[in-house]
Design a protein around this ligand. Structure first.
Ligand code: ADP
Length: 551
């Protein structure tokens, strides 16, 4: 640990909270710039909303949400309209403060008028969301799933999902929300940090029981009840890929700002925690994404009042050790070198011709073991991987270690013969063909970044916006440059007035996307929005390629 910074270059930098060190010029950092901002409740809701505008059916895994305070009137109106059109609709909503975690400040309401407007609402942005009233119950209890996802690279996009996760249980039997039980957090909120304080919380050494279990143990139960767990996994994979596709455009803006192209800098990767709720019909719904998921493998136990002790938590250990171990295996820079030299190195090791540096642990047999011991020493992690019954088989089909794992992992496996197979399974680019059509905003972001001009900024100035319009030939007699300026001012002022981020003046990506959608609607009337946007992107990219050729 280097609390005061380290200046000697490292292969891998493991930052505790976020990407924060601009003095790293090589290696790999375990956080992306801007990720913490991107997964805040308001920003995530906004990014998903943009995708819902383009692809409403594909993005129906995120509950309908409104951003407070700016959408409070919209929330009130929409709920009134829906209640008028369907008087039997008796919704519940959940209010979550932006930037909150561990259930902090969360409450349920039955009516928009119940929103607590304490303090200056302007300074307390929040998301209000439709409450999922019919979650899947196990042992009569509500639970959610924490899945670990490795974003290995942004460009090209590479995503891995851990085969197992955690299921975190409520500690009071679930009842659908009524005015009487709305306040019962142990019934409605699955947060571990809350439920641990309930007298009913069960710490268990068994991954199949207690208030925290492995997700695979739940799948096992579901499968024995005849549920289609294969379909469930593929829905979860699809949810994860689509969510990351919603986040990548803005992440790329942050990335180019902190690590400008063409300058020496590190590459990034990040372990994300996805919180997912299963509905009664087994549809997975995204609750939130954590940029800094807890990797603790111990829990506190109160020995006597006020006296706590850390004790190992086998369930956490089972899941999290594998995630960290495999992240390191995938990011190990030696993998790349190994790939290059494998053709001569591996046969030499196998023949026993190549001597490796002795390692301190006892070496059992042969050179392969030495190599392995060396690895297990470096990682010093407990290597376990539970696979049970036909659930993991079904799971394996979807998350198989097939060709998509790539040759580098073949090499890893060849040189780490005794390590368990990777618990992190690649899902992108493996399933890229099925999802690439959703990556429209990524292309809009590429245009935005091209016109940012000054390196290191995240906002487009009026001149940059004008240049974009001129170079893409979007101005004409119906849409003069004066109209362009008005569009810029209108959208930018409104966005900056929302109090999201007005440290830097100018047009942020979300505002540019809004302007781009406006232009697309103007130019290609009466088509669905995603078609209008696709046509405009094609048009702009074509104009720019012609310009580049001329230059
Ligand atoms: P936090 O970051 O504070 O944990 P979450 O968004 O994860 O906030 O919400 C906390 C808990 O509230 C979740 O773990 C889940 O049990 C419950 N919850 C959140 N959103 C919903 C929803 N839309 N419907 C039902 N339950 C929800």
């Amino acid at each position: 640990q280097y609390p005061f910074g380290r200046r000697l270059p490292c292969d891998i930098y493991w930052h505790g909270v976020s990407f924060h060190d601009n003095n790293i010029f090589s290696g790999q950092v375990n956080k992306f710039p801007g990720m913490t901002e991107m997964v805040r409740k308001v920003t995530l809701s906004r990014a998903v909303r943009t995708m819902q505008d383009l692809f409403p059916l594909e993005y129906d895994f995120y509950p309908r949400s409104w951003i407070l305070p700016e959408e409070l009137p919209l929330f009130v109106d929409e709920v009134r309209m829906m209640k008028d059109s369907d008087p039997s609709w008796k919704p519940t909503f959940i209010v979550k403060p932006d930037g909150g975690c561990q259930g902090d400040g969360i409450y349920l309401i039955k009516d928009p008028s119940d929103i607590r407007q304490t303090g200056s609402i302007q300074s307390r942005p929040a998301v209000v969301q439709e409450y999922i009233c019919k979650p899947l119950l196990v042992d009569k209890l509500k639970f959610d799933i924490r899945l670990y996802v490795l974003l290995k690279s942004l460009e090209p996009l590479e995503i891995y999902i851990a085969k197992d996760g955690l299921s975190r249980f409520c500690t009071e039997p679930y009842q659908e929300p009524t005015l009487k039980n709305l306040h019962q957090v142990f019934m409605h909120l699955t947060n571990y940090s809350l439920n641990i304080h309930s007298g009913n919380f069960i710490h268990s050494d068994n991954v199949n029981t207690g208030s925290k279990r492995t997700f695979s143990s739940i799948l096992c139960r579901l499968s024995s009840r005849g549920a289609d767990v294969k379909k469930l996994w593929s829905d979860i994979i699809s949810l994860v890929i689509k969510t990351i596709i919603a986040l990548t455009p803005e992440l790329k803006v942050y990335y180019q700002s902190d690590i400008p192209a063409g300058k020496p800098g590190p590459t990034c990767f990040q372990i994300l925690g996805f919180d997912i709720l299963l509905m009664k019909n087994l549809k997975p719904m995204l609750l939130e994404v954590n940029a800094n998921p807890s990797m603790r493998i111990e829990h506190e136990q109160e020995l006597s009042p006020g006296v706590f002790e850390n004790v190992p938590s086998p369930v956490d250990e089972e899941v999290k050790v594998a995630v960290i171990r495999d992240t390191l295996r995938l990011m190990d820079p030696q993998n790349k070198k190994r790939k290059d030299i494998q053709c001569w190195l591996y046969p030499a090791i196998a023949d026993g011709k190549l001597q490796l540096k002795p390692v301190k642990t006892q070496v059992k047999h042969g050179m392969k073991d030495k190599q392995h011991k060396h690895h297990s020493l470096k990682l010093s992690l407990k290597l376990k991987c539970q696979t049970s019954g036909h659930v993991s088989e079904a799971n394996e089909d979807l998350l198989d270690t097939g060709p998509a794992d790539g040759p580098e992992h073949e090499t890893t496996r060849a040189l780490e013969p005794e390590l368990p197979s990777l618990c992190l399974k690649q899902v992108f680019p493996k399933y890229a063909k099925q999802f690439n059509y959703l990556r429209l905003v990524d292309r809009v972001a590429a245009l935005f970044i091209r016109f940012l001009g000054v390196k290191g900024t995240t906002k487009l100035g009026p001149t940059g916006f004008r240049t974009f319009i001129r170079n893409c030939k979007l101005s004409n007699s119906n849409f003069s440059m004066a109209c362009v300026d008005i569009l810029y001012i209108d959208i930018t002022r409104r966005r900056n007035g929302m109090g999201i981020d007005h440290k830097e003046s100018g047009m942020c990506l979300q505002a540019f996307v809004e302007a781009f959608f406006c232009l697309a609607q103007k130019k290609y009337k009466s088509l669905p929005l995603h078609q209008q946007v696709t046509l405009l992107i094609d048009f702009c990219e074509y104009q720019l390629s012609v310009l580049d050729e001329k230059r």
